[in-house]
Design a protein. Structure first.
Length: 186
């Protein structure tokens, strides 16, 4: 049985879900960002207990098909930007379409309908959050960050960063307090 979980966007979330499944005695074969695959079917009592347990972790089961697809799109984007050494070699529209086996126009329309923003805007916001994170680590130059995140140039990174934060990356780097959103907030 496959279950989809909303707001499960980091590996810490994944570990908390695994603990919840163990606590409830639900055997699973896979737990990925946004998805649980159980080994057996789940009783109604287990399902209610799981919903309650996930709610206490500020997560929730997704039951409508549109939301499931949107969460899959979000998961692909988050995983490729925040948890991959290199973003996809092709553009995100082709990458997402290929990963999910749907036409991008359909995915884009559904995403915008459910989230109230476009996939491109969601990607841009996550790339900017990743840039903030890499700036905070202070291990890479801005040019290296631009290359790592597949920006066409340092100027493109700077323009997009300033558009979303109000600061240039170099000004942001000098701030004492650097605001960073959690992945759920983006």
């Amino acid at each position: 049985m496959i279950l989809h979980v909303k707001f499960m966007v980091c590996y810490r979330c994944k570990l908390m879900v695994i603990e919840e499944l163990k606590k409830l005695g639900i055997r699973y074969s896979t737990v990925e960002l946004g998805m649980i695959e159980t080994q057996d079917s789940i009783t109604l009592e287990q399902m209610e207990a799981l919903k309650s347990g996930l709610h206490s972790l500020e997560l929730e089961l997704i039951e409508d098909k549109k939301s499931v697809l949107v969460e899959k799109i979000k998961g692909i984007i988050i995983k490729s930007i925040h948890y991959s050494d290199a973003p996809p070699k092709q553009n995100y529209s082709d990458f997402i379409s290929e990963e999910l086996g749907y036409d991008y126009a359909y995915l884009s329309h559904m995403f915008s309908e459910v989230k109230g923003t476009t996939i491109q805007q969601f990607v841009a916001l996550h790339r900017v959050e990743r840039v903030k994170e890499l700036i905070n680590y202070d291990e890479l130059t801005l040019s290296e960050i631009a290359y790592k995140l597949s920006y066409s140039s340092l100027a493109h990174l700077s323009n997009q960063f300033k558009k979303h934060t109000g600061f240039s990356p170099s000004c942001y780097k000098q701030l004492e307090y650097k605001s960073k959103k959690s992945l759920v907030e983006v």
